[in-house]
Design a protein around this ligand. Structure first.
Ligand SMILES: *Cc1c(COP(=O)(O)O)cnc(C)c1O
Length: 436
């Protein structure tokens, strides 16, 4: 399922220029099968356990067809009222499923990276509104805080927002890889004493390596007392809050200024669709809205929402359609059942690992990702060999990470069609590979 093409292979099979004369669908499709498909890694395969396993679903694929067929561009309410209003309705449905308060207004972006960028742009707008007009020159150095395990999208956001990469301070984590609130307080105090201007904290619910959960209920009062924007990155894990018994996952997040959740990760929505919930959407509008004459509309004055005002893009794809169709097709009950099953499968695998004398688990399993390595002090190379052997089978695909500086194997469960048999097969392949 991991594509086996060599670098350049797909390109080498294709002509260097576009055809002068149009070609038949038959010829084009034959090349799709011959050249393109071998170069595809099958994210929709039930044995896909790498990164965060994601899966598209029928209703989502169908919605993408419809949205492309209609070629919707929803920059203004009037350029497709249904796209704007369906986004409101669908994000309100999802917000209720996650148990978040009404005060959160939602907006759809392509990815969590872009959602986080907008959240931090809003944080900057609130802290130093003069930046929009005059830029950052002459201001104290701005600071953003996140845990040492936070996603690299936070780094990219501070770089892009002109804070400089040094403007991001990574806070040490505890044994379970969660941000230490005491260390956060110390860092903020030290920065203030050094004349810097703290503007935001990013807490992660479900970090990318180990799905550790930062203690947002302890971090929220600190950001409130310091008047810092609190952004919660729950890109993968946030949707778990809809499962009874998992509401704790968003504990404290209701006090955040913004939260990102990715339906394209663990909610069966074809890539891409990320949702930013924000309590202060006016800050995002303040940071981004700018209306040239040709985009002025009479409805604009009448208070309708124009999606071009809530972000850097002018044009907007009609992404809400696929989330709407996914929510309707599965229903809340169907979604909960599938998430519950993925978490059960992760616990089953964790149980096998805990009983094994070959492997050991290296992180708690709060959700659907299991991190483990060989017992003893096997080298990175040995782990890499196991991973390569398992992936060469073509039956499953696993990826790795590093925790405490050590190579860690990782199984992420999130595909609609993954069953216990697929997980058992991955476990058998791992044991075979480790035995050689
Ligand atoms: C996957 C992930 C991201 C980035 O997601 P994109 O939508 O690909 O930008 C950010 N944060 C966390 C915690 C993630 O798991």
């Amino acid at each position: 399922m991991l594509s086996r093409v060599r670098p350049g292979e797909v390109r080498d099979h294709l002509p260097q220029s576009a055809p002068e004369r149009g070609e038949s669908y038959e010829t084009i499709f034959a090349d799709f099968e011959r050249v393109i498909l071998p170069g595809i890694t099958h994210w929709n395969h039930p044995g896909f356990f790498a990164y965060f396993a994601i899966s598209g679903s029928e209703p989502g694929v169908l919605a993408e067809f419809l949205s492309a067929a209609l070629n919707v561009q929803a920059m203004l309410w009037r350029t497709s009222p249904a796209a704007t209003e369906l986004e409101d309705v669908t994000l309100s449905w999802l917000r209720q499923l996650l148990g978040l308060p009404d005060a959160f207004e939602g907006v759809i972006y392509d990815t969590a990276s872009v959602s986080t960028l907008h959240a931090l742009a809003a944080a900057r707008e609130i802290a130093v509104p003069e930046v929009r007009g005059a830029g950052l020159a002459g201001l104290p150095r701005l600071r953003v805080y996140c845990s040492e395990h936070a996603h690299s999208s936070v780094d990219k956001a501070v770089i892009l927002l002109g804070l400089g990469h040094d403007g991001l301070r990574r806070i040490p984590a505890d044994r379970d890889f969660a941000m230490r609130p005491d260390a956060l307080e110390d860092a903020i105090a030290a920065d203030r004493a050094a004349g810097m201007l703290p503007i935001a904290v990013v807490a992660t619910i479900g970090t990318t390596s180990s799905t550790s959960v930062d203690p947002v209920d302890a971090i929220a009062p600190i950001s409130a007392a310091e008047q810092l924007w609190l952004h919660v990155d729950a890109a993968y894990a946030g949707v778990a809050a809809m499962v009874p018994g998992c509401e704790w996952i968003l504990r404290g997040a209701d006090r955040a200024d913004s939260i990102v959740v990715n339906p394209h990760k663990w909610l069966f929505t074809p890539f891409d669709l990320s949702v930013l919930y924000c309590r202060r959407m006016e800050a995002i509008r303040q940071a981004f809205s700018l209306t040239p004459e040709y985009l002025r509309t009479s409805e604009g004055e009448a208070g309708v929402r124009n999606l071009m005002d809530t972000g850097i893009q002018l044009g907007r794809r009609f992404r809400a359609l696929k989330l709407w169709m996914v929510l309707r097709h599965f229903g809340a009950e169907g979604l909960r059942a599938r998430l519950t099953e993925h978490m059960r499968l992760a616990r089953v695998l964790a149980g096998w690992i805990d009983e094994s004398d070959r492997f050991e688990r290296v992180a708690p399993v709060p959700l659907s990702v299991v991190c483990f390595r060989l017992r003893g002090d096997a080298s990175d190379e040995e782990h890499q060999r196991i991973l390569d052997r398992v992936n060469a089978s073509g039956e499953v695909f696993l990826s790795h990470t590093k925790l405490d500086g050590r190579f860690v194997l990782r199984v992420a469960i999130g595909n609609l069609h993954t069953t216990e048999e697929h997980v058992a097969r991955a476990w058998a392949l791992l044991n075979d590979a480790a035995r050689v």
